[in-house]
Ligand binder design. Structure first.
Ligand SMILES: Nc1ncnc2c1ncn2[C@@H]1O[C@H](COP(=O)(O)OP(=O)(O)OP(=O)(O)O)[C@@H](O)[C@H]1O
Ligand SMILES: [Mg+2]
Length: 292
């Protein structure tokens, strides 16, 4: 049996599907199996139970995130952290099992509506070839320059923008405007913040920043979390950015193998999290949480 879902099974322009009026932001992955369409036989989410005598059965990926909770995904490279977010955004459909928002199967929701509830900053942020203003403003309908500037301040990118000749009108696609990865990320973060979504997904959103800038962006994100209790799923390689999460989930071999607070996980001497922490600390002392 092929484990993959259809490559283009999600139509982003579909008019169908429910658009609930109220969103709390609870997320759940219920017994999800998933393989990428290009590698239909390689199970990415879920794992075979053969080793424990499962007779070809599979254990699905399950994860519960309460509304307003901040959960950090910490795991080795390739441990399905980004894939989990892509399923949540419905870039792919699970082969089996359900991803749900507020208890509703998200395949029954309108896909455009679903994505409008989620702020997403990816590992390699993509900016549109237009002005910085437009890139930040597209998260909201018709924001004023003052709103865009306030958001840029919160993402610690306002000063940088003000230092450019054309300021907020600078075209990020022009050859004269070469942005570093960190500058792009902060603009993308500002775009996610102005949306004020029920759910925020941050995939290593601060990894391309130097430690000083990272601390500033992290402080801004923490502040925003305090102001608005939104559900946040964060993937970060640095432990310093995940210590304050309500809980940490550690994916391994297609499933979550550990879950708990930093203090709880670090006290278990045999935990994967402790191993990642020790390796990272031994490598460079920064507490980068991913073993690569
Ligand atoms: N588009 C794709 N097509 C096929 N396989 C993929 C694709 N994207 C990821 N994978 C595979 O899925 C698995 C999980 O990848 P994923 O990107 O979710 O890992 P990750 O935990 O985010 O890793 P990293 O910390 O390096 O970003 C890996 O084995 C990867 O090779
Ligand atoms: Mg990733």
């Amino acid at each position: 049996m092929s484990l993959a879902s259809g490559p283009f099974s999600v139509d982003p322009l579909s008019k169908g599907g429910a658009r609930p009026v109220k969103v709390s932001g609870a997320i759940s992955f219920n017994d999800v199996l998933f393989a990428y369409p290009t590698r239909p036989d390689a199970l990415v989410l879920g794992r075979p139970l053969e080793r424990s005598g499962g007779g070809g059965q599979r254990r699905g990926f399950s994860l519960e995130i309460k509304a307003g909770e901040t959960v950090a995904l910490v795991g080795a490279s390739g441990a399905i952290k980004s894939t989990g977010m892509q399923l949540l955004l419905r870039f792919y459909e699970p082969t089996k099992g359900v991803v749900a928002l507020d208890g509703r199967d998200d395949s029954k929701l309108n896909v455009h509506w679903l994505r409008s509830q989620i702020g997403y900053v990816g590992q390699e942020p993509v900016l549109f070839s237009t002005s910085i203003f437009e890139n930040i403003a597209r998260g909201k309908e018709g924001p004023t320059l003052e709103e865009v500037q306030a958001t840029a301040r919160a993402a610690n990118v306002h000063e940088f923008i003000e230092g450019l000749t054309d300021k907020y009108e600078t075209n990020v696609g022009s050859k004269s405007c070469l942005l570093s990865g960190g500058q792009k990320q902060r603009i993308a973060i500002a775009g996610a913040i102005i949306k004020d979504p029920a759910i925020m997904l941050l995939d290593e959103a601060t990894s391309a920043l130097d430690s000083e800038r990272q601390a500033q962006v992290q402080a801004a994100l923490d502040r925003l979390r305090m102001l608005s209790k939104r559900t946040t799923l964060i993937i970060a390689h640095r432990l310093s950015t995940v210590r304050n999460a309500d809980s940490i989930a550690v994916p391994q071999d297609g499933c979550i193998c550990e879950r708990g607070s930093h203090a709880k996980l670090i006290s278990g001497s045999s935990s994967v999290y402790t191993m990642l922490h020790d390796q990272a600390t031994a490598c460079d002392g920064t507490g980068a949480a991913t073993a690569e």
